[in-house]
Ligand binder design. Structure first.
Ligand code: 13P
Ligand code: SF4
Length: 359
């Protein structure tokens, strides 16, 4: 039962001491988060993975692309362990490397050689991938002069990209791409969406030539469920409520909200409120519930009345955490995530560009 698992995890962690670091994403369930040495959003967790060079193992309570990123940024001899290998991300799976390579070739047919700068020193396209993508996609981006972003630095990263290219090819999340570019003043008419099942992604050559941001057709199955009707209802039932949503939500939802930002932005906005406030939050339920428990002076609820956990984040059951820690105690290294060197080297370049990018 839960208590027994809790005790087993505590005992194994006590035996391992500083040999192991447990990282947890904000969307993890409470029974897992309570054992994490660091909890954070994707950007913060990438930083934590670099900060423990002496630990033998990093147990990553999150999803597969985050564990891959931790492997890219951690030391060579450190093992990154994903407690349940079935914890993937449906959005990351929407950008398939073969489809992206094919898109790149089709863009070259329309826009000319993609690595040749024009008279202003700008190349035709800079690829930008959201952190929520496979290492193979990050490697592709690194090989083609591109960069990674997270929801907490997407604007800075797009500015970095526009200083180097005429356009951005943004994947996998159309919503983060659209919301960020729109806030920067890019007209919607210059943001065609690329559907890999159609020639030229479903656009004409002229539309692609005129484009500023080409959006991949991916989305997050959790955040796309939020609606303007939910916001209207929250405002009607709770006059004065502050509505904060994640930028993976559709554009109309972000437009109807008071604020939009990464999971850490949401947490900080609530932490900074000095007066008792009602917060209607559009993000994953485990984070919303934890914030509600942490800040009882505020009324904090999820915009979606039907509970909406991220089903793959939820696959990190405390039973798996207990199991991997006990295996480490026994000298074994289960569920290790290792990115092969040919992918890791360019993927690391794209990640390091992100870590160095400044507004
Ligand atoms: P952040 O942690 O960057 O806010 O991203 C949310 C998310 O969907 C992670 O999978
Ligand atoms: Fe992927 Fe969405 Fe779950 Fe994040 S919340 S891991 S983007 S499915």
């Amino acid at each position: 039962d839960e208590d027994e698992l809790h005790d087993r995890i505590r005992a194994a962690k006590a035996t391992l001491g500083e040999r192991v670091v447990v990282l947890g994403h904000f969307y993890q369930r409470e029974e897992v988060v309570r054992h994490a040495d660091h909890v954070g959003d994707s950007f913060q967790l990438a930083g934590f993975a670099k900060q423990h060079p002496d630990a033998e193992a990093i147990v990553f309570c999150g999803v597969h692309f985050m564990a891959e990123t931790a492997d890219l940024l951690s030391g060579e001899d450190q093992a990154v362990i994903l407690p349940n290998l079935a914890a993937g991300c449906s959005m990351a799976d929407m950008a398939d490397i073969d489809q992206v390579e094919d898109c790149w070739e089709q863009l070259a047919d329309v826009l000319g050689p993609l690595d040749e700068p024009d008279a202003d020193g700008l190349v035709p396209v800079i690829p930008v991938t959201y952190m929520n993508s496979s290492a193979a996609i990050k490697g592709f981006v690194g090989r083609h002069g591109g960069i990674v972003c997270t929801s907490s630095n997407a604007r800075t990263v797009l500015e970095w990209a526009f200083a180097r290219g005429r356009r951005v090819l943004f994947f996998p999340d159309q919503h983060l791409g659209r919301n960020t570019a729109k806030a920067m003043g890019v007209p919607l008419a210059q943001m065609p969406m690329w559907n890999p099942r159609r020639p030229l992604g479903g656009s004409t050559a002229e539309e692609l030539q005129d484009s500023r941001v080409i959006l991949w057709h991916g989305f997050c199955s959790v955040h796309r469920r939020f609606t303007v009707a939910q916001i209207d209802q929250a405002r009607a039932e709770h006059p004065g409520a502050r509505v904060i949503v994640h930028p993976e939500c559709p554009m109309e939802v972000v437009d109807a909200a008071d604020e939009a930002g990464s999971t850490d932005f949401i947490r900080k906005a609530i932490a900074a409120a000095t007066e008792p406030t009602t917060f209607a939050v559009g993000t994953e339920i485990n984070l919303v519930r934890r914030l509600a428990a942490e800040y009882p002076q505020h009324e904090i609820f999820c915009l979606d009345p039907v509970v909406c956990p991220c089903s793959t984040m939820y696959r990190i059951h405390p039973g798996y955490l207990a199991w991997v820690l006990e295996e480490l105690v026994a000298g074994r290294t289960p569920n290790r995530i290792t990115v092969p060197a040919d992918v890791a080297d360019p993927a690391r370049v794209a990640l390091e560009r992100m870590l160095a990018a400044r507004p």
